[in-house]
Design a binder for this molecule. Structure first.
Ligand code: ZN
Length: 173
């Protein structure tokens, strides 16, 4: 129910809860479709590209806020990667939702939807495209593209130096 409220895709809800598609559809139809605050149903697969998550310093910073919340909530582990089993783990599914709700408070008009947050989490856990590191200068944790060389500089330091354009275009998908 909580994930439907955040417009999660059926496949994402199925992964976390083990509910079948028919059950998820019925929950949506019963509790959301005709409610006071209509919730959209997103079709198709979850986003899988990582580029948009770190394309600009502002994006990387927002992704970093979410990654910090995920790390603090034990949804992935740096010491013992990738971290706990998520499939069918409803308790951690709630924690994932809490991370998203906290992100939504911390980052006004943030670009990440729950689905982009999910993409971020599984990309970090997979460890082949996105990495997480700490800036030696300002100490924030940020997300970076493992495949781009040279490694991108700390997004917070870049933004404070006003070297980066502030792009506020929404992510699609
Ligand atoms: Zn920095």
């Amino acid at each position: 129910m909580r994930m439907i409220g955040h417009e999660a895709r059926t496949g994402t809800i199925r992964y976390w809860t083990g509910l079948n598609d028919d059950r998820i559809r019925k929950l949506y139809t019963t509790y959301f479709k005709f409610g006071d605050a209509p919730v959209r149903r997103r079709r198709g697969r979850s986003p899988t590209r990582v580029g948009p998550l770190v394309r600009t310093p502002l994006r990387a910073l927002e992704s970093g806020v979410f990654a910090n919340l995920l790390l603090a909530n034990g949804l992935f582990s740096v010491e013992q990667p990738p971290g706990p089993v998520l499939k069918g783990n409803v308790d951690l599914g709630h924690r994932f939702c809490e991370c998203y709700e906290t992100y939504d408070v911390l980052v006004p008009r943030g670009a990440l939807s729950l689905e982009w947050g999910w993409n971020l989490l599984i990309s970090i856990r997979r460890g082949d495209e996105l990495g997480i590191t700490r800036c030696q200068t300002c100490s924030i944790c940020y997300v970076f593209d493992l495949l781009s060389l040279p490694r991108s500089a700390c997004p917070a330091c870049l933004l404070f130096e006003h070297k980066a354009p502030l792009m506020l275009t929404p992510l699609t998908g």
